[in-house]
Design a protein around this ligand. Structure first.
Ligand SMILES: [Zn+2]
Length: 315
């Protein structure tokens, strides 16, 4: 009998976690209960310009709005804030001859008020940002996102990073205003006149990084075509604080809601743009620094090789 109880106790944590009880506080343990989280195609990653390759087949992403008059529902789900966007938008031109992808939801990842440089999941050339928004879509070949979720390339996520600015982002403000109504888990509110196209605007959708990756929360399915836009959007300090002031399922501050960078492995990183399309001077400077560093390393390796060859020669 005692043996039987012991086995039940051993099984219990697995059972609880497989029902969606995960936390950012134990993110290093996710793979114990969700084995994909330890896979080779995990997200997020650091997006290095000099390790990416331009792919001319990557056309501007095209977001189309369907006629809809209902208000958008926003919810604090204990891990993030999520906008329900079902049946409102379609993402087109993911790949040549590709099917459409239906937009399901959008949500955010952020950090902590003591460090306004961390919070994003993806990095750009070694640097994190204070907030990242994910627009989650699924292939229209599937009946719903649940059926699509674990199938290869059946999900497509568009990520957008935010950087601190003195001016508030007016397009983000309807979301910020709703946050004060949903401080605790399961809190729900509505947003009138919501417009996703003002955040994921047409011009911005031309320039993005593309790679094959995963969901960044359990079950970490490796089914995502990732598209991270190259140009961050502005957000003011007060707007950022509104995210950092929310609470999780235990009524603790809902902060540091991001997964750490995952190994790139043998994956390839593509981009839809050339270097001269980058407008951010700070980012341009970072790219040229890493480029110089890479060239120096290559030059040093050549010298070492020549010296090694020279020292092996017998006179
Ligand atoms: Zn996300």
């Amino acid at each position: 009998m005692s043996k039987f109880i012991f086995i039940i106790l051993l099984c219990l944590p697995t059972f609880v976690n497989s029902n969606g009880h995960w936390s950012y506080k134990n993110k290093n343990d996710w793979q114990q209960n969700a084995h994909y989280c330890g896979g080779n195609l995990q997200s997020p990653i650091d997006l290095w310009f000099n390790r990416s390759r331009h792919d001319q087949r990557l056309k501007p992403l095209h977001l189309v709005e369907k006629p809809s008059h209902s208000e958008v529902i926003i919810q604090n789900n204990g891990h993030s804030v999520q906008l329900n966007l079902k049946d409102r938008y379609i993402l087109k031109k993911i790949a040549p001859l590709s099917e459409d992808y239906n937009v399901e939801q959008a949500h955010f990842h952020w950090g902590h008020s003591y460090d306004n440089r961390t919070g994003s999941e993806h990095f750009l050339d070694g640097q994190s940002y204070p907030l990242e928004m994910h627009m989650v879509t699924y292939s229209s070949l599937f009946a719903n996102i649940g059926e699509a979720a674990s199938n290869t390339r059946a999900l497509a996520v568009v990520g957008i990073l935010f950087e601190l600015s003195d001016e508030p982002n007016q397009f983000l403000q309807p979301i910020i205003d709703a946050l004060q109504d949903i401080p605790y888990q399961n809190g729900q509110s509505t947003i009138k006149n919501f417009n996703l196209l003002s955040l994921f605007d047409e011009k911005r959708m031309h320039r993005y990084y593309r790679y094959d990756g995963s969901l960044t929360t359990p079950a970490c399915f490796e089914s995502v075509i990732w598209n991270v836009l190259q140009e961050p959007l502005p957000i003011s300090y007060d707007q950022l604080r509104a995210f950092q002031s929310l609470y999780d399922e235990h009524r603790q501050p809902l902060i540091n809601t991001y997964r750490k960078i995952q190994p790139m492995g043998t994956r390839k990183l593509f981009r839809s743009f050339h270097a001269h399309h980058i407008h951010d001077n700070e980012l341009k400077a970072r790219i040229s620094t890493t480029e110089n560093h890479a060239q120096r390393t290559f030059f040093n390796m050549k010298i070492i090789l020549v010296l090694a060859t020279f020292s092996m020669m017998k006179f």
